[in-house]
Ligand binder design. Structure first.
Ligand SMILES: Cc1cc2nc3c(=O)[nH]c(=O)nc-3n(C[C@H](O)[C@H](O)[C@H](O)COP(=O)(O)OP(=O)(O)OC[C@H]3O[C@@H](n4cnc5c(N)ncnc54)[C@H](O)[C@@H]3O)c2cc1C
Length: 395
């Protein structure tokens, strides 16, 4: 009997967790797995915030995972290519340079798209930490030109207007973490009094998808550190030394951007997206019109936290849901319930842990600031990078 064909699009947090769970549940003679990605290595992006307090020398290499050995271990095929479209009627994935790839089940984990050009004047050269080359340059500038006004800005998310509750930003946690780490690093170098730090966000409040307790604690932390916060920002234009908002102009010497985020252009060539480049799913991560299609992570058409943690939990739900339909012995899985989970490093040996589902209709709000979330994050990062494996997280 031919093995069932699973195709996984994207191999970072979401894709890696999908692959890991699929191989845990199905041996290669029952399930063939093909992964398609434009990159052969994964950068563990949470580690890039250390562009603010570490030397550029080993910053990126220490969080870069070469994936071929991992794929070989899990006995799957990798196609190094750009995904162009999917035809869900034929069950084919089209790539730029290979023949169409046929699937019986498809898992989409291609993330969101950085929209650097969505704000007039905004360019890669305005710096950031979202990819290795950007973080490397930021770390180098931090070493050589630490003084002057530094802004940490997050662009808006071009989501689906029907998302409820709606969100203004996709991923703000690393921005706040970077601002706090930069504050701490400047204090260590006795330069803090020569540097203004400003955080700019289009959201009405920082941690918009956290509960009121988390929002208040973040606000307090920023005030204690002397970090100016500008919320409700409507970006008009970005220049090399200023950011023009609708109601004010902010001058700066250095910037760190999390660029605006949007859906994927390639998904708009398929029949799978919501019209905005995001993939609709139910709470089992299954497509409403194509039951053999699942999506996990930042790409899903929901205002759920666009975080690696969410992608990994969703991957577990998606794979177990699909497996339950195929294996009688496989128990039904609980649906995904969104939770904001942050472990925000705040300085040497300290981190702020926040967990809340209040924004999504729940009642949980947990905050803790201290050493244990710092060590939990360190241990997770080291284990993830060393094992090149998406460690399963129970929802
Ligand atoms: C600096 C930084 C720090 C962060 N820190 C944290 C943290 O501490 N905790 C946390 O939970 N989250 C954190 N996040 C968020 C987290 O990184 C993302 O939410 C997570 O990476 C989303 O995973 P994903 O698999 O859905 O998508 P992505 O990570 O975006 O992966 C998508 C993959 O799909 C591939 N792909 C996309 N389109 C195509 C195409 N057309 N053809 C071929 N391949 C394609 C890409 O190459 C990529 O490998 C951080 C993000 C940043 C930028």
């Amino acid at each position: 009997m031919q093995p069932v064909r699973a195709v996984v699009l994207g191999s970072r947090f979401g894709g890696m967790a999908v692959i890991t769970w699929l191989r845990r549940l199905f041996s290669p003679n029952l399930l063939s797995i093909t992964v398609i990605d434009q990159w052969q290595e994964m950068i563990f992006r949470p580690g890039l915030v250390h562009a603010m307090d570490q030397s550029p020398d080993r910053l990126v290499s220490s969080v870069t995972i070469a994936l071929p050995a991992f794929w070989k271990k899990l006995r799957l095929d990798f196609i190094h290519d750009t995904i162009v479209s999917v035809d869900p009627n034929r069950r084919w994935v089209y790539t730029a340079a290979h023949d169409p790839v046929a699937y019986d089940v498809l898992f989409i984990a291609t993330g969101s798209t950085p929209l650097w050009t969505a704000i007039a004047g905004l360019e890669f050269c305005h710096q950031g930490i979202c990819e290795g080359y950007l973080a490397n340059r930021t770390a180098w500038l931090n070493r050589t030109q630490p003084e002057g006004a530094c802004v940490f800005a997050v662009g808006p998310i071009a989501g689906n207007p029907s998302w409820s509750p709606n969100i203004q930003v996709g991923c703000e946690c690393p921005l706040l973490e970077s601002a706090l780490l930069w504050d701490q690093e400047l204090r260590r170098r006795q330069l803090r009094d020569r540097v203004e730090i400003t955080v700019i966000s289009p959201a009405a409040q920082l941690a918009e998808d956290g509960g009121p307790v988390i929002r208040q604690r973040i606000e307090e932390m920023m005030a204690q550190r002397g970090i100016t916060v500008v919320t409700g920002a409507q970006f008009v234009e970005v220049g090399d030394r200023h950011i023009q908002l609708q109601d004010r102009r902010i001058a700066y010497d250095r910037a760190v951007w999390i660029p605006p985020a949007g859906g994927s252009r390639w998904l708009r060539n398929s029949k799978l997206d919501d019209g905005y480049g995001w993939v609709p799913t139910d709470q089992f991560m299954q497509h409403p019109d194509w039951p053999e299609v699942y999506a996990v992570g930042d790409v899903v058409s929901h205002p759920w936290p666009k975080m690696g943690h969410s992608a990994m939990v969703q991957a577990r739900v998606a794979v177990h849901h699909w497996a339950a339909g195929r294996q009688a012995k496989q128990r039904a899985v609980a649906p995904y319930h969104p939770n904001l989970v942050w472990a925000l490093e705040t300085g040497p040996g300290q981190a702020f842990f926040a967990l809340s589902d209040v924004f999504y209709g729940g009642h949980r709000q947990i905050v803790y600031h201290g050493r244990s979330p710092f060590w939990a994050k360190q241990i997770f990062q080291r284990a993830y990078v060393a094992r090149a494996g998406a460690l399963p997280i129970m929802p």
